[in-house]
Design a protein around this ligand. Structure first.
Ligand code: GLC
Ligand code: MG
Length: 591
């Protein structure tokens, strides 16, 4: 259990902040070319400030041939020309900082684009000085060096006829892996990090951090299925258990390609570079707690991805996740929660149930903002954007979706309609569509008549847009803004310890967030069912003062021995008087 005891003033900025991921290609198009850009983000900084977020995670803004939507970087110290210039980036950073919004950028360390000058040199000849910056090996028995797969399908090795050797790529072959065992690579990438730190960025989101090192002995994995077969099985599995088993099997495919010995020493090196600068943060794209190191010598934050590995955020799931996760954190480590990003289904689509999606979207946010740890939100979730299934494979922009679609048809013989449906669901375009700013052509993302880089979700015309929600007291956007404000004004929700008050079987989640240092204790109840209930809490405090509710509440003080909670209610209240837990609570159902 995290027992830190610091007051909210004593916390670092990234422990208090709510982060918001901006996917630059889809955020706001200022010059009408159908592609988001940095000026577009600058124009929306006031929106973000009013929303109440404290920090932006900007997905890659670097020059890139865009084989993996910017996660194939061809210049680590530049800005993609279609997004703007370095000058624009500086104005963006200054504009954010003027509004007290911090900015972290995405750092893609594992691989470069195959068009990066380093790789162009490396592949040009076996004796080129940059040859050893990448992982080149001879083939085995007329084929690749071993049986390793790329997580995006096919072999992880690509034969290069120029020099007659294979190079290694964990992702697409357009994303050759750097050899992190080479000190020159470390130096060059640490220098790229310093470039942005010197410019004033507040830290990094570290892409695919577990893939930096590979087993030097190149041992074969023992999986019998191909990546395509596993993905297909996952998409068509009928039960959660089945899916969980397949996810596990997929993990077993990469025992020698991920999380290898030596990685923590690298993380300490990266932390040391970051610590050359005051007050910066490293957030790892991994769910592995080991990346916190001792709690203060590796990454500052590691995503609680296990929380998302479910179809429904049931009370039992949430409570068990917190027990496991908080129980496993090293001392001084700070949790970090998220439910959505540019790689997975949108929160509304994945944790909705098709009937109560609006209520469940509110509960999902409430969970992020009341659990202990730093929350990360994804652009568009605040207005309830949903996944957009594309109607034809020729609209796909995500190479992973394109690969999966053709693998389904060509490798697995799946009929075309089913292949399209599965590729839409497994591919990542669905959650990357343009931000919906207004009920206007192109949702106000691009001017009318412009063809946007991915289709706009037509549900902008059904209220899923910023302009129509911003002044509507009942909108999801208003709910986000209200809740973000309450979190900011309530020290216990930021600094407080977490104590569960429900076991998980009851249909609701209840817990305390108590900060002795701040002299505040809050009761949080999230009713995840369409059923009113009366709860009875046996706490030292007999009464509580509601700070926030998704539903109108009758009085300024609630009796904790008979607390009525409406269906799907989000309830946050400050305990009055003594703060403590006497015994387990009991609850009654009823109206
Ligand atoms: C990370 C990114 C993902 C990308 C991959 C390869 O998982 O989030 O979008 O495809 O790394 O860089
Ligand atoms: Mg690697």
């Amino acid at each position: 259990m995290v027992t830190d005891g610091r007051s909210v003033q004593e916390l670092r900025w990234w422990q208090k902040a709510v982060f918001y991921q901006v996917y630059p290609r889809s955020f706001a198009d200022s010059d009408g070319d159908g592609i988001g850009d940095i000026q577009g983000i600058i124009d929306r900084l006031d929106y973000l400030h009013d929303l109440g977020i404290d920090a932006i995670w900007l997905s890659p803004h670097y020059p890139s041939p865009l084989f993996d939507c910017g996660y194939d970087v061809s210049d680590y110290t530049g800005v993609a020309p279609e997004y703007g210039t370095l000058g624009d980036f500086r104005r963006f950073l200054d504009g954010a900082h003027e509004r007290s919004i911090r900015v972290i950028v995405d750092l893609v360390l594992n691989h470069t684009s195959d068009e990066h000058a380093w790789f162009v040199e490396s592949r040009s000849g076996r004796s080129n000085p940059k040859r050893d910056w990448y992982i080149w090996r001879d083939g085995r028995d007329g084929g690749p060096p071993n049986n390793w797969a790329s997580c995006f399908g096919g072999s992880a090795w690509e034969f290069d006829p120029v020099t007659g050797q294979y190079y290694y790529h964990y992702f697409f072959k357009q994303q050759p892996d750097l050899d992190w065992r080479n000190p020159e690579v470390r130096q060059a990438m640490f220098d790229a990090a310093r470039f942005w730190l010197d410019l004033g960025v507040d830290g990094f989101r570290l892409d695919a951090i577990g893939t930096l090192l590979e087993d030097p002995a190149l041992r074969d994995h023992r999986s019998e299925l191909s990546v395509a077969e596993l993905c297909y099985a996952r998409c068509t599995a009928s039960s959660r258990e089945e899916r969980a088993r397949l996810v596990e099997q997929q993990g077993a495919m990469f025992p020698y390609q991920k999380d290898q010995p030596g990685i923590h020493e690298l993380m300490r090196g990266l932390r040391a570079v970051t610590d050359e600068y005051p007050d910066r943060v490293l957030v790892g794209e991994t769910g592995e707690i080991a990346y916190y190191g001792e709690g203060d010598d590796e990454l500052h934050l590691v995503f609680n991805f296990p929380l998302t590995k479910t179809e429904q955020l049931t009370p039992a799931w949430v409570i068990a996740n917190q027990r496991q996760r908080l129980g496993a954190l090293p001392p001084k480590a700070w949790p970090c929660n998220t439910l959505g990003n540019h790689d997975c289904p949108r929160v509304c689509s994945s944790f909705g149930d098709g009937r109560n999606d609006a209520e469940l979207a509110r509960l999902s946010l409430a969970l992020m903002l009341t659990l202990r740890g730093t929350p990360f939100l994804y652009n568009g979730e605040e207005i309830g954007m949903t996944d957009l299934p594309l109607t034809s494979a020729c609209l796909f922009r995500d190479s992973m979706g394109i690969w999966f679609h053709s693998a389904l048809i060509e490798e697995l013989g799946v009929p075309p309609e089913l292949a399209l449906d599965l590729a839409c669901r497994y591919g990542r375009d669905k959650c990357r569509t343009p931000m919906q700013w207004a009920n206007a052509p192109n949702a106000g993302f691009s001017p009318a008549g412009v063809q946007t880089w991915l289709p706009v979700n037509p549900n902008y015309a059904q209220g899923v847009n910023v302009a129509e929600q911003i002044d509507d007291p009942d909108s999801l956007l208003t709910f986000y803004r209200r809740m973000l404000r309450v979190r900011k004004e309530t020290p216990a929700l930021v600094a407080g310890e977490y104590t569960p008050l429900s076991g998980g079987s009851e249909g609701h989640v209840a817990f305390l967030r108590s900060s002795e240092a701040d002299g505040q204790s809050c009761l949080v109840v999230l009713n995840m069912e369409n059923q009113a209930r009366t709860l009875s809490f046996d706490l030292d405090a007999r009464t509580a003062r509601p700070l926030f509710s998704s539903h109108p509440r009758g009085s300024d003080t609630d009796d904790l021995s008979q607390l009525s909670i409406a269906p799907f209610e989000v309830y946050v209240a400050e305990l009055e008087g003594e703060v403590g837990v006497k015994s387990q609570p009991s609850s009654r159902q009823g109206g």
